[in-house]
Write a protein that binds this ligand. Structure first.
Ligand code: PLP
Length: 379
C-alpha cells in the first residue's frame, strides 16, 4: 500500500510543500537571473561578475551560482578559499572563481591546483603567488587589489610604485584585473565615492593596460565612471537595495513564510513574552509563529517589526525569542489564523529592506543570518 500524502491545504496550493516544516524560504531563481540581466544591461559593455560569498548571502551558493552561470556569468567572487573549493565542482571550467580575502600562507599550491584565483592584497601575497608560478613553471592568473581609501585589504598607496615595477616585465602572472572596493557606494553623493574614483583613475594610469574591477552593487548605480571592465555586485542580485534607506530597484529573490504554532486571546493586562516586555492594553488576540532570532530574525525587531497575512500588518509584540515571535493578530477576523497557517515575513508586502530598517540593520545582515532551519525550495 502506498503511503498517503498530506492532504492539500491553501498553503500547498500556493506552492509550498507542507511536510511538517514550520518555516519556508522560497528562492526564485528566475528573479535572480532577471536581476543579473538588469545589472548586465546597466554596466554593458563592461562585464558583470557575481559575488556569492557567505553562501550567496545565505541563499545557497551551490544552487544560485549555476543559475548565474546559465545567465551568462563567468566571474564569481567568494570571500574564503573553502567557499571557492565548494563552488568549483558546480561550475564549468570557464567560470573563474576569485577569493576576496586573499592568499593565505600555505594556500598557494591548493589554489593553483584547483584553478582558484586569489585576490592579491599585498606585496607579500603577490611575491608568494609569483614564486608559486615559477615553481610550477606556468602562468597563473591573479587579481591585484589596491586600497583606495578604505584601509581594508589591498596594496596601500605607499607600496604602489614598488608593485608597479615588480609587475612590469614579469611573465609568470597574468593580471586579470586591478581591483579596489568602494566604502560608501550605498551613499549617493558621498565625497568618498569621488575621492576613491579619482584615486582609481590615478591607479589606472600607473597600471596602464590593465582592466579595472571596482563597482559593487552601489557602485553600479553610481554610474558609468565606476564600472571599469568588470562590476562585482552581490546584494543587488539577491534583491537588496544598492542605496541605503531607499526602496530597492531590484526584484525580490527570497520569500519567507512561517507557520503559526499557537493562537490565543489574552485579557487586558496580560504580559507577553520574555521579561513581560509587552503588556496587552486591551483584550488581544495573539499568534506565536515558529521563527526567532536563531532563524535570523533579529532580537532588535522586538516590539518594532511586523509580518503580514494577505496584506494585513501583524505587529510583533514583546521580545523576539530564539525560536518564536508573538504577533498581535487582532486586526484579522477571529479564526483567520489557526495552527499551521502561514504568515508572510518576506514577500510581496515586506522586503528584506523593510525588515532591515525595522531591525536597525542592513539587508545584507538579514540575508546572511537566515540560518538552516527553514525548508528551502528553489524555483
Ligand atoms: C561583498 C563585496 C562585494 C559585493 O558588495 P555588494 O554591496 O553586496 O554588491 C564586492 N566587492 C567586495 C570586495 C566585497 O567584499
Amino acid at each position: 500500500m502506498e503511503m498517503g500524502r498530506v492532504a492539500s491545504s491553501p498553503e500547498t496550493e500556493a506552492g509550498i510543500l507542507n511536510e511538517g516544516a514550520t518555516g519556508y524560504l522560497t528562492i526564485n531563481l528566475l528573479a535572480l537571473a532577471r536581476n543579473y540581466a538588469k545589472l548586465c544591461a546597466l554596466v554593458a559593455p563592461a562585464q558583470t561578475a557575481a559575488v556569492v560569498k557567505a553562501d550567496a548571502y545565505g541563499l545557497g551558493a551551490l544552487r544560485l551560482a549555476p543559475t548565474l552561470y546559465k545567465a551568462g556569468c563567468r566571474h564569481f567572487f567568494v570571500a574564503q578559499f573553502d567557499e571557492a573549493v565548494k563552488l568549483r565542482p558546480v561550475l564549468a571550467a570557464d567560470a573563474k572563481i576569485f577569493v576576496l580575502n586573499g592568499l593565505q600562507p600555505g594556500n598557494e599550491e591548493a589554489c593553483a591546483a584547483r584553478e582558484i584565483i586569489p585576490i592579491l592584497n599585498s606585496l607579500e601575497q603577490w611575491r608568494r603567488w609569483l614564486a608559486t608560478a615559477k615553481r610550477w613553471k606556468r602562468t597563473l592568473p591573479a587579481v591585484v587589489q589596491l586600497d583606495t581609501g578604505m584601509s581594508r585589504p589591498g596594496v596601500p598607496p605607499e607600496e604602489r610604485s614598488a608593485l608597479a615595477s615588480e609587475l612590469a616585465g614579469q611573465g609568470n602572472i597574468e593580471i586579470l584585473f586591478i581591483m579596489s572596493h568602494l566604502a560608501s557606494a550605498d551613499e549617493f553623493g558621498s565625497d568618498q565615492n569621488d575621492d576613491q574614483l579619482a584615486e582609481m583613475k590615478r591607479i589606472s594610469e600607473e597600471f596602464a593596460g590593465l582592466d579595472i574591477c571596482f563597482a559593487n552593487s552601489g557602485g553600479i548605480f553610481l554610474g558609468k565612471p565606476y564600472h571599469g571592465a568588470l562590476a562585482r555586485p552581490g546584494i543587488a542580485l539577491y534583491g537588496g537595495g544598492p542605496m541605503a534607506g531607499e526602496p530597492s530597484p531590484m526584484e525580490a529573490v527570497v520569500r519567507m513564510d512561517v507557520a503559526v504554532v499557537q493562537t490565543r486571546t489574552v485579557p487586558a493586562g496580560a504580559k507577553i513574552g520574555y521579561g513581560g516586555a509587552h503588556i496587552a492594553d486591551k483584550e488581544t488576540r495573539v499568534a506565536t509563529i515558529a521563527a526567532g532570532y536563531a532563524d535570523g530574525l533579529p532580537r532588535s525587531l522586538s516590539g518594532r517589526g511586523a509580518v503580514y497575512y494577505k496584506g494585513t500588518r501583524l505587529p510583533i509584540v514583546g521580545r523576539v525569542s530564539m525560536d518564536s515571535i508573538t504577533l498581535d493578530i487582532t486586526a484579522l477576523p477571529k479564526g483567520t489564523l489557526t495552527l499551521g497557517s502561514l504568515v508572510e515575513v518576506l514577500g510581496p508586502h515586506q522586503t528584506i529592506e523593510d525588515v532591515a530598517r525595522d531591525a536597525g540593520t542592513i539587508s545584507y545582515e538579514i540575508l546572511t543570518n537566515l540560518g538552516d532551519r527553514y525548508h528551502r525550495q528553489y524555483r
